[in-house]
Ligand binder design. Sequence first.
Ligand code: RUB
Length: 320
Amino acid sequence: MSQTDPEVHPTVEDVAEDIATMEIRGAATIADAAAEALAAQAEDSDATDPEAFRAEMRAAARRLRETRPTAVSLPNSLRYVLGAMEGDSVEELRESVTAGAEEFRTELDQAQENLGRIGANRLRDGDTVMTHCHSTDALSCVEHALEQGKEIHAIVKETRPRKQGHITARWLREMDVPVTLIVDNAARRYLDQTDHVLVGADSIAADGSVINKVGTSGLAVNARERGVPIMVAAQTLKLHPDTMTGHTVEIEMRDEREVLTLDEEDEIGDVTVENPAFDVTPPRYVDAIVTERGQFPPESIVTLMRELFGDQQGGEPWEK
Ligand code: RUB
């Protein structure tokens, strides 16, 4: 935060902290929480003039933006809500922000539902899906397949180092899906029993590359070699507009202590630990990107991006 930045609301501070520490995690959930935090900032602001109010909103968005760099759903959410901000008085501005946040959150839920219905059509009765990490978009496809009366089985990768596979296993069990939990290294062996690899995405680049939890790219390469189709469930909120103009997606590097505790390091000796949270799966390893607007071969996702973002250029609303 710069010297001149106004104070941000405690809710924004708490949400930012929870996103950074992964209490709130997963691209869609992060986007939803960020929109809600902006609404809290607007509702409780005691700014008396419109410019002070706008400055507060920008400071709140900046604070949320700096938490995690890879999931584009976060800046897309902030852009949506700040883009809705309009009016001449504080009251008008406040109302436009809270209405924008509510609309965003409703659309997000709706998109996930619609995507789930489309993705479910790819799954047949009796299919086994292999999952990596925990994706609410991916699980929406399973949920809708079950609603269509299909029986689905799941092989769930543990997903080191944070073990988000446990969250996926819990959600699937709540849906009564039979779950086999495996360590990440066992994935190739179990691809023989898998009908679809089903993952989510944090960002999708204009060339159709999929940025998702580290390990996704290795899984996709192995799946392709075994002839297992790879399906990415990603609502259009995951499309990264900056990649249309040549920017790359920053891969978050997380704390080494997620991989190696101090005690473990004492035993091993001094080692360098690298802990990238995400990786990039090239489009040639992806069979379909399933969005709420239909399913796309990865190479054609750019047409959808042009339609959605047009020639969108220039700085972000929180950078003004
Ligand atoms: C989460 C992750 C998920 C995507 C999609 O990583 O890689 O696959 O965010 O999730 P982390 P969703 O646990 O590091 O946040 O479909 O819920 O948006």
